[in-house]
Ligand binder design. Structure first.
Ligand code: ADP
Length: 336
């Protein structure tokens, strides 16, 4: 059987004393140089999954296969972990008393000094921080420390890089740059990345494949676009961005008839609708408020059924209290 580069097979973990398992039968695969983002609220089991994938904990059942070989768990190895897997924790884990070069060279301490230096130089260029070998971690910004943490994690050429909330300590321009650079770095190093986050915008922008987790289970996986546009459930719809969930029965019959399968509830993203003159629309309502969001506004419209919906609007600010039509371009039936 041909295995994927990364195979996570039916991983389960139930900590003693806990009512619920932290992880239940989690399975997914990834190709080389892909970025997998795992999105889930606190307690979903994301960190447990990362620790199991890193070989730092013993699963109750299941396996992790990397490049055709299993990642050993601590019951199978004297020193927990696998040289082929690097894990970057939220605090980056840099050694404050070591300079940047020594931090980065830490995983390759056994190599001859000249080889270490060459690899440190190559990695600092790769993370766009050339020449900072002699600096100390305290002299760097949060974003620079994150890049050094990536350089150190990549030093021993891991096949799999695991990242816990990689963008949480960064502001927007820094995040955007790091996302772009991360893709370039892992293509160069041919490393697969699995990152966990609770923030949908981070996951959607960077991932080749997105997994939404809750209570230790994978609820849905697919490309970010598939999961965002075709969420199976209300929970996945809400976890992946701003959304309106409406009972199908309150919609005009012509809209109900446009669904490709029957469903009790539908989801409409704010960008699936536009404000139009009243007489041009099947759906009508009253403008309640309008929230400025830079490139667009989110306009809240009160429907006759008393449901409020948020509609993306790019024109002139609409006036509260006025009647409006809402043209619906797309609506998606939910399973539950
Ligand atoms: P997340 O990273 O998504 O916040 P975690 O993997 O940290 O989720 O936790 C999942 C569940 O497992 C939580 O209910 C948490 O309390 C429990 N848990 C995590 N680690 C341990 C542990 N070492 N011992 C006992 N329970 C744990």
């Amino acid at each position: 059987m041909l295995l994927s580069f990364l195979e996570v097979e039916q991983l389960s973990k139930h900590y003693s004393g806990q009512a619920q398992p932290a992880l239940s039968n989690v399975s997914f695969t990834a190709n080389q140089s892909e970025i997998i983002a795992i999105l889930g609220e606190s307690g979903a089991g994301k960190s447990t999954l990362l620790r199991l994938m890193a070989g730092l904990e013993i699963p109750d059942s299941g396996h992790v296969w990397l490049d055709g070989r299993p990642v050993p768990d601590p019951s199978q190895k004297l020193v927990p972990g696998d040289m082929r897997v690097a894990l970057i924790q939220q605090d980056f884990g840099l050694f404050n008393t070591m300079n940047i070069a020594d931090n980065i060279a830490y995983p390759i301490i056994g190599l001859p000094p000249a080889k270490q230096q060459a690899r440190v130089k190559e990695l600092l260029e790769l993370v766009k921080l050339p020449g900072i070998e002699k600096k100390m971690p305290a002299q760097l910004s949060g974003g620079e420390r994150q890049r050094v943490a990536i350089a150190r994690a990549m030093a021993a050429k891991p096949r799999l890089l695991l990242m816990d909330e990689p963008f949480s300590q960064m502001d927007y321009p820094m995040r955007r740059n790091l996302r772009k650079d991360l893709k370039r770095i892992i293509l160069h190093e041919q490393t697969t990345v699995v990152m966990v986050t609770h923030e949908p915008s981070h996951a959607l922008a960077v991932a080749d494949k997105l997994l939404v987790m809750r209570s230790g289970k994978i609820l849905q996986m697919g490309t970010p676009e598939e999961v965002y546009r075709y969420p199976n459930t209300e929970y996945v719809a809400m976890a992946t961005g701003e959304v309106n969930i409406l009972p199908t029965a309150i919609l005009p019959l012509a809209l109900q008839a446009s669904l490709d399968r029957p469903a009790a509830k539908v989801c409409l993203r704010p960008e699936d609708m536009t404000l139009v003159p009243e007489k041009e629309a099947l759906l009508r309502g009253t403008i309640l408020s309008s929230e400025f969001a830079g490139a667009y506004r989110l306009v809240t419209v009160l429907l006759p059924s008393a449901h409020e919906i948020k509609v993306l609007h790019t024109g002139k600010p609409p006036v509260s209290g006025f009647q409006t039509g809402v043209a619906v371009h797309r609506l998606h039936p939910l399973r539950s």
